[in-house]
Design a protein around this ligand. Structure first.
Ligand SMILES: NC(=O)c1ccc[n+]([C@@H]2O[C@H](COP(=O)([O-])OP(=O)(O)OC[C@H]3O[C@@H](n4cnc5c(N)ncnc54)[C@H](O)[C@@H]3O)[C@@H](O)[C@H]2O)c1
Length: 272
């Protein structure tokens, strides 16, 4: 028997970054709970491992709109298509984001003093403005409807400094590596964007909250997995499916009095 508190059936969701690891898990999970899900992403090919996403796209419960979330006109065009298909969304999950890739140029992952500003701008552009723009366009439309829920995906690295010791294994072979500052400062900006919008739209029926995950298992190198487990209170990385419950809660009527909050799903990482 479905619990009306958590019932999402018949509602419409937009998931930015829905072709990625976390976004696709959330898109499939929301579609599985009866939502109609529109993905906004620059990527158009599901990953090899994303069989459930492929099925959802084929069956039509999930629709993909190629869209750069930093571009207001592209987001407006995507929303117009969603509106024609299903109407104004009830849920916006901002999961699009970038970090320095594992093969980033040495300068991007080198000492703080030398990080090039253009690398910093690129990350801030996607991780901050790529949340601001969908909030303006889709959140604005929700506010005009007088209802909606927004979930901004942050990171523990936006609350706490990275433990650079986790990356010792990269330095063991003589490589210079620091987890870059751009990701941290971009994610911490979302903490207050979330609070700002929670109060801005408080009387308009749009709730705005943050999901802060940490350490999603994704075939990381064994020395990283070991170092992470040693530092984690739960002693392990997170399975991507462990983010679903938090998003269902924030999307549903179960969280009707929750706004401006940050739901930290980090296995206790930030508890000590
Ligand atoms: N993986 C983790 O351990 C972890 C931990 C904490 C927070 N997060 C956050 O969770 C979110 C999802 O991460 P992930 O691990 O699934 O990453 P991912 O790289 O698998 O997915 C990110 C998605 O965003 C899309 N994207 C990037 N730039 C875009 C743009 N300009 N417009 C539209 N789409 C764009 C990418 O194409 C990709 O599909 C990110 O915000 C990330 O910072 C991840």
């Amino acid at each position: 028997m479905s619990d009306p508190l958590f019932d999402l059936a018949g509602r419409v969701a937009v998931v930015t970054g829905g072709m990625g690891q976390l976004g696709s898990e959330l898109a499939v999970a929301l579609a599985g709970r009866g939502m109609q899900v529109a993905i906004l992403d620059v990527e158009t090919e599901p990953r090899e491992t994303a069989a459930a996403l492929r099925t959802g796209l084929e069956e039509g419960a999930i629709r993909l709109h190629r869209c750069d979330v930093t571009d207001r006109r592209e987001v407006e065009a995507a929303l117009a298509l969603v509106e024609v298909d299903w109407g104004i969304p009830q849920l916006l999950v901002n999961a699009a984001g970038i970090d320095a890739p594992p093969d980033a140029p040495a300068s991007e992952v080198g000492p703080f003093e030398d990080v090039p500003l253009d690398a910093l701008e690129r990350v801030v552009d996607v991780n901050v403005l790529g949340v601001v723009v969908p909030c303006q366009v889709i959140g604005g439309a929700m506010a005009r409807e007088g209802r909606g829920s927004i979930v901004n995906v942050g990171s523990v690295y936006g609350l706490l400094s990275p433990d650079q010791g986790l990356y010792d294994f990269r330095r063991a072979g003589g490589e210079v590596f620091f987890k870059p500052v751009a990701y941290s400062i971009s994610k911490s900006a979302l903490v207050n964007l979330t609070r700002y919008l929670a109060t801005y739209w408080g009387r308009s029926g749009v709730r705005v909250n943050m999901l802060t995950p940490h350490g999603i298992e994704n075939e990381q190198p064994a020395p990283f997995v070991e170092a992470f487990a040693g530092r984690s209170p739960l002693g392990r990385l997170m399975d991507v499916s462990e983010a679903v419950g938090a998003v269902v809660f924030l999307a549903s009527d179960a969280s009707s009095y929750v706004t401006g909050a940050n739901l930290v799903v980090d296995g206790g990482w930030s508890a000590w």
